[in-house]
Write a protein that binds this ligand. Sequence first.
Ligand SMILES: [Zn+2]
Length: 216
Amino acid sequence: MLLPAIVLAVTTQGAQATSPTIPLLAEIPVILKKAEDALARGAQKEALTQLDSLGPEATYRVAFAPGSQSGGLAWARKIAVRSFLTWQTRLGQELRFEWVEKGPAEITLQFIGRTGILRSDQVGLTRWNRKPNETNPLPYRAEVLVAIVPKDAARVEHTILHEIGHALGLDHVEQPGMLMSSFNPTIPITEPTLAEVQAVREWREKARALRAKAIL
Ligand SMILES: [Zn+2]
């Protein structure tokens, strides 16, 4: 009876020692493939439209939603600014987050209370729009909602970093202790893991290479 338990323990350790696979949002590889196929047909413009829907190549404009600018939320805004800077630094400056007061922004951050928008077990949510329309001329726009009830700095920081991960194309991870796994108050997360940073870098590198071909 002992043997299977030992084998299981070793397997688990082995899995943690190797770099875990970080899943991307399902649409990221699909869009990259569409761009690649368009390029193969010589449809450069179509390829660029697909790539634009993945997000900006270099600079993401970020704004707080109007309702999130009250004085009482200054502490949460401070955490948000730090969280975007953390991702930017970890990505090695390959992209920039530029805070804007008004005007179009690729990422809008909104602090909300416990409303009907979030499920009872949710602390954050990111919604995307990858097609320009009349009200939204941007080819890519992410709306990040973060619950600030209860007022809990560690939870807010994890949530914002996690939602930025989604805005940068990452899906959820099963392993605990990672940014893209669910919030665990006993394991405070203050930055993405190397594997998560690498996953973002890799798909963006592919997108950059395709864009370079499309504008030749
Ligand atoms: Zn999530």
